[in-house]
Design a protein around this ligand. Structure first.
Ligand code: ACO
Length: 336
């Protein structure tokens, strides 16, 4: 199929779901030796949301997905494909199926996609392929993570950074191009910089055979190297995406980057010579929610009227893998 035969794709709605429970920096000071004075200036984080143990990632992701479908004025039966971007699925065989079932999106094929904090960008890019080729017409991309379940709550270097949340977008094939360009990258040589491993522990099965049994490890990271990676690579991937899209940075109304750290956003904005006010920032309220952080930032701007239908946006994710990537799009349903 030639590129001229590809169907235009639009991002027509966004919605989020976050747990009610708020954990502030001051409260974290009762858990580990830390303080708001240490955390906020270094990260931009004031508080994060925590999912209680009796609720699941599926609950959170389904709530975001259901609302995104409603905001797109659609019925779950209109959805052809559901992609769940997550690194913290409750079901290691994949949680997208459970979400599809609860939503009643019976016609949709559903699967998980794991690309850490780049998961939202990779999932939108993946869903778009099905729509551009004409295979499907409408996709639901949900990005959800519950990192509170994966951190070592006695390790102040990591536990202060992360929180729980979900965000979802509906993509639709249309007449006018919403999605304008993308650039996706991976570098597995950096896979040890950020990890959330299943380590195989030996278990003696018979006298002569040992098997490995998975044991979940906590999140581990080399914060300084991740900072250098993000500030080096993300501006380049943003520039390439803008170039593919025929855009210049000064034309973009809103930049929606993974919400890891305010200092990373400040440095990237400075490198691109873009006022940092055009970079959405919600990490003060939610911390780092991995895959969910971009749709949380996007929804914040859309709900406050900062990004309106037809305006130009760029989203960029970066994180474990290493993975990083960006998409440029004109926001909203453009054919109405
Ligand atoms: N409270 C108080 N002190 C702390 C805390 C804390 N929460 N965390 C670390 N410290 C102390 C350490 O113990 C250490 O003290 P020591 O020198 O006496 O041993 C000192 O602060 C420096 O510790 P580092 O781990 O080296 O902290 P660093 O200066 O690198 O700052 C930070 C940590 C803010 C995370 C930084 O590495 C950073 O900005 N990284 C960017 C990447 C990032 O944000 N990653 C998040 C997830 S990755 C992703 O989403 C892609």
């Amino acid at each position: 199929m030639t590129s001229s035969a590809l169907k235009p794709v639009q991002l027509v709605s966004v919605a989020t779901a976050v747990p009610d429970c708020v954990l502030s920096n001051d409260e974290l000071g009762q858990v580990v030796d830390t303080s708001d004075e240490w955390i906020f200036p270094r990260t931009g984080i004031r508080e994060r949301r925590i999912l209680p143990p009796d609720r699941s990632l599926v609950d959170l992701a389904t709530a975001a997905g259901r609302e995104a479908i409603a905001r797109a004025q659609l019925d779950p039966m209109d959805i052809d494909i559901v992609i769940l971007a997550t690194s913290t699925a409750s079901e290691r065989f994949g949680s997208a199926g459970a979400i599809q079932g609860v939503l009643g999106a019976k016609r949709a094929v559903a699967f998980d996609l794991t690309a850490a904090c780049t998961g939202f960008v990779f999932a939108v890019a993946t869903a778009a392929q099905f729509l551009q080729t004409g295979c499907y017409r409408r996709a639901l991309v949900i990005a959800a993570d519950v990192l509170s379940r994966t951190v070592d709550w006695s390790d102040r270097r990591t536990c202060v950074l992360f929180g729980d949340g979900a965000g979802a977008v509906v993509l639709e094939a249309g007449q006018t191009a919403g999605l304008l360009g993308m650039e996706l990258r991976s570098d597995g040589t950096g896979c040890d910089l950020l990890t959330l491993r299943n380590e195989a522990e030996p278990h003696q099965l018979t006298d002569s055979i040992q098997v490995g049994q998975y044991r979940n490890q906590f999140i581990a990271m080399n914060g300084r190297e991740v900072y250098k990676f993000a500030v080096r690579e993300v501006p380049e991937v943003l520039e390439k995406t803008l170039f593919h899209s025929g855009l210049e940075a000064k034309e973009v109304d809103g930049f929606f980057l993974h919400q890891a750290n305010q200092r990373i956003l400040d440095a990237i904005a400075a490198r691109m010579d873009v006022p940092v006010e055009r970079f959405a920032s919600v990490m003060d309220r939610f911390g780092n929610t991995s895959a969910a952080s971009i749709p949380l930032a996007l929804a914040d701007w859309v709900e406050r009227g900062e990004l309106t239908v037809g305006q130009l946006a760029v989203a960029a994710g970066f994180g474990a893998g290493l993975t990083w990537g960006a998409i440029a799009f004109r926001w909203g349903r453009l054919d109405d």
